[in-house]
Design a protein around this ligand. Structure first.
Ligand SMILES: [Ca+2]
Ligand SMILES: [Ca+2]
Length: 265
């Protein structure tokens, strides 16, 4: 026991030197040694999905946000730990059409191949601001996005769509929301040909139960997941934060040190 404590103290001294800490964190495949609850492998699979990111938006594992000023109690701090995923996207920021930025912070490894029908619990907590509502209305909110293979019999060559959750308006602003349950609130849609075929698309959106049922109504190969992400764009400027992304029985706790997995309560 004495030896173990001694090593910890030595490690603390070494890590107090910023340069050493940077070197230690920079090695490929190495976990940051700042304590992440023992889920280093899982944490390493989360980050910006480069293919889906447009412009130079921010999706940053940050401290807080705490507040806003004058707010106290649970709404004034991230629902898990002391950090969150900060997201910042601008609207008129690129020479593309539309010019808005887009970001997806997600995981291209751990959900790959799972059936969409196996997604039963999805949701997150959000820090929404009054400014964001000014920019794009009360439903100007970040999304949960699953890239999927829809495997629709009617579309044998369509092997890609994005299953998107558009949350309802946040119940509170300038503070942390409670859990926003994507399985029972907001609306879902599919991008591309799968959205047209299932009639769950940007124009006509569906409930979670509806979109899952329509994806697999054709039988045969079930729809499967490629990736899972929290993202924003391309539509309105949005600056806020998300924490406690739930997928089934796991809560993904966004922290400066990485993404911790917690069992859902
Ligand atoms: Ca957190
Ligand atoms: Ca099918």
């Amino acid at each position: 026991m004495k030896t173990r404590i001694g090593i910890r103290r030595l490690a603390a001294v070494l890590l107090a030197a910023p340069l050493l800490a940077v070197v230690a964190a920079a090695g490929p495949g190495q976990a940051s040694p700042d304590g992440d609850g023992g889920h280093r492998d899982d944490r390493d699979h989360w980050g910006i999905i480069t293919r889906n990111t447009i412009g130079s938006p921010v999706a940053d594992l940050r401290n807080g946000p705490f507040g806003s000023f004058g707010v106290f109690g649970p709404e004034s701090r991230p629902p898990y730990g002391q950090g969150s995923l900060g997201i910042e996207v601008a609207d008129g920021a690129t020479a593309l059409t539309p010019p808005a930025e887009k970001v997806d912070f997600g995981n291209e490894v751990d959900f790959f191949g799972r059936p969409v029908s196996g997604l039963t619990q999805v949701g997150f907590h959000v820090f929404q601001t009054g400014e964001n509502i000014t920019y794009g209305g009360s439903r100007n909110m970040p999304n949960i996005r699953f890239e999927i293979d829809p495997n629709l019999a009617a579309l044998p060559t369509t092997e890609y769509s994005t299953l998107v959750w558009a949350p309802a308006a946040a119940p509170v602003t300038n503070r942390w929301s409670g859990y926003l349950d994507a399985a029972t609130s907001g609306t879902w849609f599919l991008t591309g040909a799968a959205g047209t075929a299932t009639n769950c698309n940007l124009t006509v959106q569906c409930t979670f139960a509806e979109v899952k049922a329509r994806l697999d109504a054709d039988g045969g190969e079930p729809a499967t997941v490629y990736t899972a992400a929290v993202g924003k764009g391309r539509d309105f400027m949005w600056i806020g934060a998300v924490d406690g992304l739930r997928i089934n029985n796991t809560v993904y706790d966004f922290e400066v040190s990485g993404v911790r997995q917690r069992p859902a309560a």
